[in-house]
Design a protein around this ligand. Structure first.
Ligand code: IFM
Length: 447
């Protein structure tokens, strides 16, 4: 028997995001976001689903806080819908929007739950998209102004801030691959978006320091690890490229003030480059207080000259899959965490997302989801190994507290510890909720 025991002050939590759970898309003075537009565009979201109602958390936030308290969660990671605060992105402030998040944060604090706030989890105000969105450098100023408004309004209440969730998704998934809003397919535009977003991150951290905001600030990139199918140099290089495209592209600028050379050279040879202006890299490399890591999957890859811009392809080596058909690759989680320490040092890390979509089985009003439990268990084991190896992990936020709107897949891919009936909005904890509650209470488990 081996005891997997986490430190006493480890922050156990769960996470959600505004568009995925709030609903009330046209209430409280909220403006439209690019996701309102995208979801209404035929063929973009499965079954024509939208976040109009989602989990109705805008009205049921107190129920959600009670679920978190019942879980024993120490913290809750949620995001703010920018168009609730500035319906047009900049210009007029919507006080009702601020009031909603004050109600939510007050409720969390009253329940003994520490709020962790993400400023940007993808719902860009549509009015800004109409002016070019993240492809337009002016969006940086609008974002910093929105962030400053939040910092001032929640001074002393919210002490942990995340600038951006999953910058790879905001840039490449949304503007190169076109799978997420605004749905562009243009590699140079994706590079522009990534760069502007990173500068916005750096400017926001600067503003946070200038304002003397109490608390800590960081960023939450998503990570995937690809190991080469063989040790042939071309396979190794293809995986290095894929890892640089997905991981280093966001980590290196933040921690080293430079883009990874392997990716820069590759893109340059194909006629692409990030739109770096003098001073940008210094701005991006502002010291952050912590790093958020989102980790779900990864795998094995190799060189394929037909494999798109990166000349890379994933190889299915028969790894077990979640119901999303994503590889279950807990060892990749360990690799990522050790890679973070080796390359960027012992910065405090929060696992800001980790979890899985699995169908659960309902019987007698109970929801059984043993495979979600097993997925989380296996990842916690690797997390523990990383921590015992010196990776400075401070907390773990399971994704997601409840079933919700899974972007282009609508409501077909529930990730929740809590089942949500999307007609009645009734919340029912699944087996995984009770299991996680026990892990939190014990601070670990035996293997
Ligand atoms: O639901 C998403 C979340 O919004 C961002 N990270 C991945 C999750 C699962 O796909």
């Amino acid at each position: 028997m081996t005891m997997i025991q986490f430190p006493k002050d480890f922050i156990w939590g769960s996470a959600t995001s505004s568009y995925q759970i709030e609903g009330a898309y046209n209430e409280g003075g909220r403006g439209l976001s690019i996701w309102d537009t995208f979801a209404r565009t035929e063929g973009k979201v499965l079954n024509g689903d939208t976040g109009d109602l989602a989990c109705d958390s805008y009205h049921r936030y107190a129920e959600d806080a009670a679920l978190l308290r019942g879980l024993g969660a120490k913290a809750y990671r949620f995001s703010v819908a920018w168009p609730r605060i500035f319906p047009q992105g900049d210009g007029e402030l919507n006080i009702e929007g601020l009031e909603y998040y004050h109600r939510l944060v007050d409720e969390l604090i009253a329940n003994g739950i520490e709020p962790m706030c993400t400023l940007y989890h993808w719902d860009l105000p549509q009015a800004l998209q109409d002016r070019g969105g993240w492809g337009n450098r002016e969006t940086i100023d609008a974002f910093v102004n929105y962030a400053e408004t939040m910092f001032k309004s929640f001074q002393g209440k919210i002490k942990t801030w995340i600038t951006f969730n999953e910058p790879w998704c905001v840039s490449f998934l949304s503007n190169e691959l076109g799978d997420h809003a605004p749905g562009n397919r243009d590699f140079q535009l994706a590079l522009n978006v990534a760069h502007h977003l990173l500068v916005a991150h750096g400017e926001t951290v600067k503003r946070f320091r200038e304002l003397g905001v109490e608390g800590q600030i960081g960023i939450a990139p998503n990570t995937e690890w690809f190991e080469p199918f063989t040790r042939k140099p071309e396979d190794v290089e293809a995986c290095n490229r894929r890892n640089a495209y997905f991981n280093n592209w966001f980590f290196d600028p933040v921690f080293k003030g430079e883009y990874p050379q392997i990716a820069l050279d590759w893109y340059k040879a194909k006629g692409f480059a990030p739109p770096v202006l003098p001073g940008d890299m210094e701005t991006i490399a502002q010291k952050v207080d912590f790093l958020g890591i989102n980790y779900y999957t990864g795998g094995v890859g190799r060189y394929n000259p037909e494999g798109g811009l990166l000349e890379f392809e994933a190889v299915d080596t028969g790894m077990e899959k979640t119901d999303f058909n994503w590889n279950i690759y807990p060892h990749g989680f360990l690799t990522i965490l050790n890679w973070v320490k080796d390359n960027y040092g012992t910065i405090p890390v929060y696992i800001t997302e980790n979890g899985a979509y699995y169908e659960s089985e309902e019987s007698g009003g109970e929801y059984h989801d043993p495979r979600r439990i097993e997925y989380i268990r296996r990842h916690l084991i690797q997390l523990y190994r990383a921590m015992e190896s010196g990776v400075n992990v401070k907390g773990y936020f399971q994704w997601s507290l409840m079933d919700n709107f899974e972007w282009a897949f609508g409501y077909t891919k529930p990730f929740g510890l809590v089942h949500v009936d999307f007609k009645t909005f009734k919340r029912t904890p699944k087996d995984s909720y009770y299991w996680y509650k026990e892990i939190i209470a014990q601070g670990g488990f035996e293997i």
